[in-house]
Design a protein around this ligand. Structure first.
Ligand SMILES: Cc1cc2nc3c(=O)[nH]c(=O)nc-3n(C[C@H](O)[C@H](O)[C@H](O)COP(=O)(O)OP(=O)(O)OC[C@H]3O[C@@H](n4cnc5c(N)ncnc54)[C@H](O)[C@@H]3O)c2cc1C
Length: 347
């Protein structure tokens, strides 16, 4: 039986560990609970259309069912609820934007995903007048804190979790103990000496937690709300609001500048009837060509990476974890779109 060490238990390490365990591989997982990690602060939203032109995201119709079935199987196995299919009310600022939305809704490839909406539904009492509305139907949310926390409890109970920072100087010893070491370190992989050629473009992101003053009506809201920032109902009148993007940042802590940025966008969307009750920050492992980083180190053949999930960890992690697991176990070829050999001159 193969024995694999995974370094990092964010959404990448969690989904890879699960995929390998299901294929009867012995897995050990190390995580040092390092500051600035991305998964603990993410909303876990899966949204089929992005950008101003409402274009469907890369291979969405392939990745979405893989995500749905993996998270639902994990729910069964762990006995928790982590997967919520939850539409998004999309705010459209101008008649032109509303026309573009209508045109997209009519395209055969988008009919299942988008719809026109006449009003804001349960959001109506909270938003400023003057918006047009659309509805994103095929959207979902993954509860990362519950998934990662429960999976951590499971691997601790199995005695295969090590709460420690893995030091690169130990790799010679680790390479003797394991068939493979897979690094799933999130943004910290930019410092990993086994993968010096990868082109990162890390983006710190922040989010606010807000509560509405009218808790009774806020508790009726079941859709997410999106314009420049997204509002996600977490239950009990608590809403995640974010995120921001900073490509240059002095530290990993929540900042006043990003708080003002998100609060400013909230003020454009919402009536002033909410309170900010929390703020979080993390660094997304975003990369220049917006494709995952999967593959083998050119420096040590036992060392692999699973990273580069960028802004879409919830959607991408299940499909690509399974893909890498098949490669590690059966030698199945890696998809050139995600294989890190795309950066090597011999690749
Ligand atoms: C504000 C914000 C909002 C976001 N919203 C969404 C969203 O709605 N939907 C979505 O899909 N994505 C979202 N994202 C992006 C998402 O968070 C990432 O795509 C994803 O979480 C990356 O997961 P990861 O496992 O690669 O990295 P991480 O979550 O950063 O995990 C890395 C782990 O590795 C550990 N580690 C690192 N180095 C070592 C070492 N040497 N030894 C031991 N342990 C180590 C760390 O402690 C950490 O636990 C958001 C991100 C931010 C910042």
């Amino acid at each position: 039986m193969k024995k694999i060490l995974i370094v990092g238990q964010g959404i990448a390490g969690t989904m890879l560990a699960w995929a390998l365990q299901r294929k009867n591989v012995a897995v050990h997982i190390a995580d040092g609970n390092l500051p600035g990690s991305s998964s603990p602060v993410a909303a876990g939203v899966i949204n089929p259309v992005t950008g101003k032109r409402f274009v469907k995201s890369w291979r969405f119709d392939e990745f979405f069912p893989a995500a749905q079935s993996a998270y639902q199987a994990l729910e069964q196995e762990l006995g928790v609820s982590v997967w919520m299919e939850q539409p998004v009310t999309r705010l459209l600022a101008t008649a032109e934007e509303a026309n573009n939305w209508s045109a997209r809704c009519a395209q055969p490839d988008y009919i299942d995903h988008l719809a026109e909406a006449g009003d804001a539904g349960a959001w109506a009492p909270f938003i400023r007048p003057g918006w047009h509305f659309g509805l994103i139907r095929k959207a979902a949310r993954v509860n990362f804190p519950v998934l990662l926390g429960t999976f951590r409890e499971k691997i601790m109970a199995e005695g295969v979790f090590f709460p420690e920072v893995s030091d690169f100087r130990q790799i010679e010893r680790l390479a003797k103990d394991y068939d493979h070491v897979v690094y799933c370190e999130g943004f910290r992989a930019a410092e990993n000496p086994y993968f010096p050629d990868l082109r990162w473009q890390l983006a710190k992101g922040e989010a606010l937690l807000i509560r509405f003053q009218d808790a009774h009506r806020a508790n009726r809201i079941v859709t997410m709300l999106k314009k420049t920032v997204t509002l996600v109902p977490l239950g009990d009148n608590l809403f995640w609001a974010g995120g921001s993007y900073q490509w240059y940042y002095p530290d990993l802590a929540p900042s006043e500048g990003e708080r003002n940025y998100i609060a400013g966008h909230l003020s454009e969307m919402l009536l002033p009837a909410f309170d900010i009750v929390g703020q979080t920050a993390g660094v997304r492992p975003t990369v220049k060509d917006r494709r995952p980083f999967i593959g083998q180190s050119q420096i040590n053949a036992k060392v692999f990476i699973f990273n580069g999930l960028g802004t879409k960890g919830a959607l991408l992690a299940p499909y690509w974890a399974n893909h890498l697991a098949d490669h590690l176990i059966h030698g199945a070829p890696l998809d050139p779109e995600s294989d890190i050999r795309r950066f090597s001159s011999t690749g």
